[in-house]
Write a protein that binds this ligand. Sequence first.
Ligand code: HEC
Length: 200
Amino acid sequence: MKNLSYIKFAFSFLSVALFITACSEKASETTQTAATEEPVESQEDIVKRGEYLVGIMGCNDCHSPKKVGERGPEIIPELMLSGYPSDRPIVKFDSKMIKDGFGMFYPDLTAAAGPWGISFAANLTPDETGNGNWTEEQFKKAMKEGKAKGLENGRMLLPPMPWTNFTQLRDEDAHAIFTYLKSIKPVSNIVPAPIGPDNI
Ligand code: HEC
């Protein structure tokens, strides 16, 4: 009788052990499949990821005109990411304060003055006055190397464009951001050229 229960115990132990082995083999098969099969990202997924990156990387802070609403500055939806609005009169900055070392922003951050002069946030919408005619390569060069219009011989981008934060930007992230920017509403807006420090 005692022997029988030992045998029973041994059998149930064995079947549990076999079950565990089978499960772990199954699990390693699944991980292997996951590692070899690249998930296919749809165009929609890429646009969504680009929108997410633009959101968390704060591009709207400077590139989107805003109006003051109940919760402080709010993005004007139809002007999203279209840069400093060209129909806005350029405020006279206090150049004495700038010479003393201060920097200043327009209340919606689309323009800033400092020792570099006055810079105006660019139009990033897919209009021809924005990035409509840009290639992805140009976009990457502007973002990662700080070259205006992404041109090799372009001038360096001025502050406060934080391009030095983006030198390590991965190709797939740059691609997602660019794809998203190409998908948004085009806004015709010729952003003024920067004003040199001696002219403010
Ligand atoms: C703190 C403000 C600020 C933030 C944040 C910011 N930018 Fe800019 N950006 C600017 C300004 C100002 C310029 C124009 C600089 C100049 O004229 O030299 C600019 C220029 C650019 C340009 C070059 C445009 C051209 O015509 O050469 C690109 C591209 C750009 N920004 C993309 C982005 C993206 C994408 C993000 C978010 C990941 C971003 N910027 C975040 C302020 C900002």
